[in-house]
Design a protein around this ligand. Structure first.
Ligand SMILES: Nc1ncnc2c1ncn2[C@@H]1O[C@H](COP(=O)(O)OP(=O)(O)OP(=O)(O)O)[C@@H](O)[C@H]1O
Ligand SMILES: [Mg+2]
Length: 264
């Protein structure tokens, strides 16, 4: 499934300078010390690390939403130096527009791109079907549960068939059962759409369950301290969470994060 060289980050560094931090900041803040990584088309890569280590910052840099201080980000060979119309982004909270229906929320990116037509609507409805929200297109976000809202946000991120899907702790606010359902749903959608995904989380189990590869970050200033190839077959199934192979991968990530000590 993977094809090397889809995404390439080289020596990405991010400093928030004193001047941008406000008058009271005594010194510059190094958010990302250095990050280099590569991922292939169709890969699901997780960025796993403690709070404040720079995961969101790195994801925003990949998205072209904020500038990097140095280093390069290339997606499909092209340098990213501003927001990219063909990327999709899912945030920790759904950020749906409350006055719009579910369908109109999903179609929002198509409106921005000037491509809201019958085909777009068909695709939006197809995505809503895929995430189990058949028949909910006409309701307002407040009529949905948190998990349902996040599924709408996922549809919105996918409606324009992005080449790259960036997800920032998208399931962090959900209860554990819903979260596990969302994992299978995301993997299912990824298999169908062949989307390439960069997924930010601080959940070790989530990273292992979803990913082809887990990149573990140090505390701030963040740098990659461990790269774990998750050699568990797809499709993943909930039973895998209880296998020795899964536990071994979790232990490896836990050790890198300093949660576990001692020899492997
Ligand atoms: N716009 C900004 N201006 C100044 N400092 C920032 C800005 N964005 C992030 N930072 C700082 O950069 C560091 C990394 O923040 P970031 O949000 O990337 O962490 P994170 O790994 O996503 O954490 P969490 O898991 O809690 O979401 C933090 O110290 C934060 O205060
Ligand atoms: Mg974050």
């Amino acid at each position: 499934m993977t094809e090397a060289g889809f995404g390439l980050l080289e020596n990405v560094r991010k400093v928030f300078f004193r001047e941008e931090l406000g008058r009271r900041a005594a010194e510059d803040l190094v958010a990302i010390e250095e990050a280099s990584l590569a991922f292939g088309q169709g890969e699901l890569v997780s960025l796993l690390g403690p709070s404040g280590c720079g995961k969101t910052t790195l994801l925003r840099i990949i998205a072209g939403l904020i500038p990097r201080t140095s280093g390069s980000v290339r997606i499909r060979g092209a340098e990213v130096d501003g927001p990219q119309a063909d990327f999709g982004f899912v945030f920790q909270s759904p950020n749906l527009m409350p006055w719009r229906t579910v369908l109109d929320n999903v179609l929002f990116p198509m409106e921005i791109l000037g491509k809201r037509d019958a085909k777009a609507k068909e695709r939006a409805l197809e995505l809503l079907d895929m995430v189990g929200l058949t028949g909910f297109g006409g309701v307002r976000p407040h009529q949905l549960s948190g998990g349902m809202q996040q599924r709408v946000a996922l549809c919105r991120a996918l409606v324009h068939q992005p080449s790259l899907l960036l997800m920032d702790e998208p399931f962090g606010a959900l209860d554990e059962l819903t979260r596990m359902e969302m994992h299978d749903l995301l993997l299912d959608i990824r298999a169908r759409t062949r989307a390439t995904v960069v997924f930010v989380t601080h959940s070790i189990a989530e990273a292992v369950y979803l990913s082809d590869r887990v990149l573990v970050f140090s505390k701030r200033p963040g740098r990659i301290i461990e790269r774990i190839d998750v050699e568990l077959a797809y499709p993943r199934s909930p039973e895998m969470r209880y296998t020795e192979g899964f536990a071994a991968l979790e232990r490896r990530a836990s050790r890198a994060l300093g949660v576990l000590h001692g020899p492997a």
